[in-house]
Design a protein around this ligand. Sequence first.
Ligand code: HEC
Length: 105
Amino acid sequence: MRGGMALFAAALFCGLLAACRTGAGKGGESLFVTHCAGCHPNGGNTIRAGKTLGRSDREANGIRTAEDVAAYIRKPGQGMPVFSEGMIPPGDALRIGEYVVGTFK
Ligand code: HEC
């Protein structure tokens, strides 16, 4: 029980630190590079310059948390492709969200 709690706390802590890349699967950064960086290099936006992943642009659109980013990619704005769960499973979507929120300020 105590061990479980410690593991949970560690997972939570990792969630807050985008750089923490323990555990299975690819890290948020490499997932971002694979799926997103083509249009959002360094958190920018090559198609719609005003809609970067930087905090103020993102938050103006109501996208604040990793969960918000994960939800956005299922139903993005115009010009951005939809990423289905088949392409990016929910866990990976969250990892990408953590990377975005933790990296582009
Ligand atoms: C083919 C190009 C393309 C790819 C690939 C792409 N995006 Fe986008 N993204 C866009 C465009 C265009 C917009 C602006 C949509 C709009 O006008 O609302 C956008 C907007 C966003 C926004 C909102 C930014 C804001 O300021 O409101 C987020 C967050 C975002 N993308 C995340 C991602 C993530 C995460 C991925 C990878 C899983 C990704 N995008 C992949 C083109 C892309």
